[in-house]
Write a protein that binds this ligand. Structure first.
Ligand SMILES: [Mn+2]
Length: 199
């Protein structure tokens, strides 16, 4: 559980392991490089120690390279996770100077961008980082004022609807993330939510 606030971006996260497990197979990481805030959400396949190992190796690779854009993050993680059970990973990079979002993902970590009264779904390519890397593309889009991004693993129910959050829009990102985890976290998986908004 954490909150990171810097110039222009506020980020909050909530994460917990599969109920009863000591280790979390999900992980998240925030990296700043100049005016870029890079948010990564990782779901090590399955749960328990083997999933946690894959997630930890991915985080270690991220921390060593805060400057890498999303596509390169996925490639570096693919190499770092070779021989593990692999992971779903999605990366959102907010460039405050260019006022744009660049996004890329492999697997089923979901992203949502909410701005200008509409939602855009940010979807990853089918595949497994560390095992089967598809042909990758990243997507860039301009950020308007009052943007909000939510990213989550599949430990959050598919019934989760971002629109249900509209009334909660004024909550800070950390409380929003906890609200989503409490309300939509599945009892049979690790679960992680990261929320970021322009500030
Ligand atoms: Mn999962």
């Amino acid at each position: 559980m954490s909150q990171v606030a810097s110039q222009g971006v506020a980020v909050g996260a909530a994460s917990r392991p599969y109920p009863g497990e000591a280790l979390n197979g999900d992980a998240w990481q925030i990296d700043w490089h100049g005016e870029r805030c890079r948010i990564t959400v990782i779901d090590g396949l399955g749960h328990g120690p083997d999933a946690a190992l894959a997630a930890t190796l991915a985080r270690d690779a991220l921390m060593r390279a805060p400057e890498l854009p999303p596509l390169d993050v996925l490639k570096v993680c693919h190499r770092a996770l070779a021989g593990t059970r692999g992971a779903s990973i999605s990366v959102a990079c907010i460039d405050l100077a260019a006022v744009q979002l660049t996004y890329a993902g492999v697997g089923n970590v979901m992203g949502h961008l909410w701005q200008g009264g509409r939602r855009e779904q940010l979807v990853g390519y089918p595949g497994i980082v560390g095992a089967v890397l598809p042909t990758l593309r990243s997507f860039s889009m301009p950020l308007q004022s009052q943007w909000l991004i939510a990213m989550h693993t599949d430990g959050i129910s598919a019934r989760f609807r971002f629109e249900a959050l509209e009334e909660k829009y004024s909550l800070d990102p950390h409380r929003l993330a906890e609200h989503i985890l409490t309300g939509w976290g599945r009892s049979n998986d690790d679960a992680t939510v990261v929320v970021a908004r322009g500030s």
